[in-house]
Design a protein around this ligand. Structure first.
Ligand code: 8YV
Length: 332
């Protein structure tokens, strides 16, 4: 009989869901959360046919150079900027991601973080816990309104559209910018108006970043972009930290050129820029926008289904439900 296939699971994920791989392949699990070195990733991939990985596991040409059996990498996450798609496609390695299942949960969080930022909820809680309530005045911790304000959405994919639909319920005017303009029917359904990048910056009272990261958009929100925003505006980032020049952001927040920021993602995760940590007008969360129990389980389930199919098993054998690079199947 042919040797059984092997799968590497890079982080602890829901064990009951990962166990669905077992009828098809031997599972090499990682019992504790681990920051794998590039060498450790390469060593793990050398031995396996498939891998289940997360954002914390960067994989490119070097990591798969000596991985002769590797055919599929299932990324638990919709964003896959941890993976070098070009290099992996050339190596004939199929990549899959987890779109759709996290859209509404992530949109909920984006809206919540924007609201928490506008209304200074984290700062207010710290103030209360610090025992300052006796100093309360009519001018204590005043925020800016969400209802009736102009929401700017940068990146109008599935999650951006989800945020726009929520904004309608708050009577917000929604402006968006995206690589390409959406069909009119979608714009109408989201009640969102397309504007160019500079106009989005200039008109948004609350700007939310929901675009995929690539080197082309590195530090898209830099000092020049921040200077175009209203000094009363807020910035919320639930996409990737690399989109924002954090030092320029800290400058704007300390210089009164931006009111507040809500950040779920950071450039050097898990490290957080100490300048941001020191600011009161920033809401900081540890990359949890997709983190409801149901959604995190759905993400792992979809990644497992993708891997099972990519390795040639199950009802979708050879046709994983959410591939990123179908071209990999054509590689020599
Ligand atoms: C994940 C995310 O938690 O889906 C994404 O792109 O950033 C988050 O939902 C993260 O990718 C974990 O791998």
């Amino acid at each position: 009989a042919a040797a059984r296939q092997r799968v590497w699971v890079s982080q602890p994920l829901f064990a009951d869901i990962v166990a669905r791989l077992q009828p098809h392949a031997d599972v090499i699990a990682t019992p504790e959360v681990t920051q794998h070195s590039p060498q450790a990733i390469a060593a793990a991939l050398r031995e396996v046919d498939g891998a289940l990985v997360t954002l914390n596991d960067p994989i490119g040409a070097a990591e798969v150079a000596d991985a002769p059996r590797l055919r599929a990498i299932a990324n638990v996450g919709v964003g896959y900027n941890n993976l070098d798609v070009t290099a992996l496609t050339q190596a004939g390695i199929l990549i899959t991601n987890t779109p759709d299942v996290l859209t509404e949960t992530t949109a909920d969080f984006g809206f919540a973080l924007m609201m928490a930022t506008a209304r200074r909820i984290s700062e207010a809680e710290r103030w209360l816990r610090d025992g300052l309530w006796r100093q309360w005045s009519f001018e204590t911790l005043l925020g800016s309104d969400v209802h009736g304000a102009t929401l700017g959405i940068l990146g109008m994919g599935r999650i951006g559209q989800g945020i726009a639909r929520r904004a309608a319920g708050f009577g917000m005017r929604v402006l968006y910018h995206n690589r390409s303009r959406l069909p009119e029917a979608v714009e109408r359904e989201c009640r969102a108006e397309y504007v160019d990048f500079d106009e989005l910056l200039a008109r948004a009272d609350h700007l939310v970043l929901v675009l995929p990261y690539s080197p082309q958009v590195h530090h898209l929100i830099d000092a020049a972009a921040l200077a175009k925003m209203k000094p009363t505006a807020t910035l919320t980032n639930i996409a990737r930290g690399g989109l924002v020049d954090e030092d320029a952001l800290a400058d704007a927040l300390t210089g009164g050129r931006l009111a507040a920021a809500g950040l779920d993602v950071f450039e050097g995760e898990p490290a957080v820029n100490p300048r941001l940590l020191a600011l009161r007008n920033v809401v900081l969360t540890p990359h949890i926008a997709s983190g409801s129990l149901a959604t995190r389980r759905a993400m792992v389930a979809l990644a497992v289904d993708n891997l099972i199919a990519a390795l040639g098993f199950g009802p979708d054998a050879g046709r994983p439900p959410t591939p990123v690079n179908v071209d990999a199947l054509k590689a020599p």
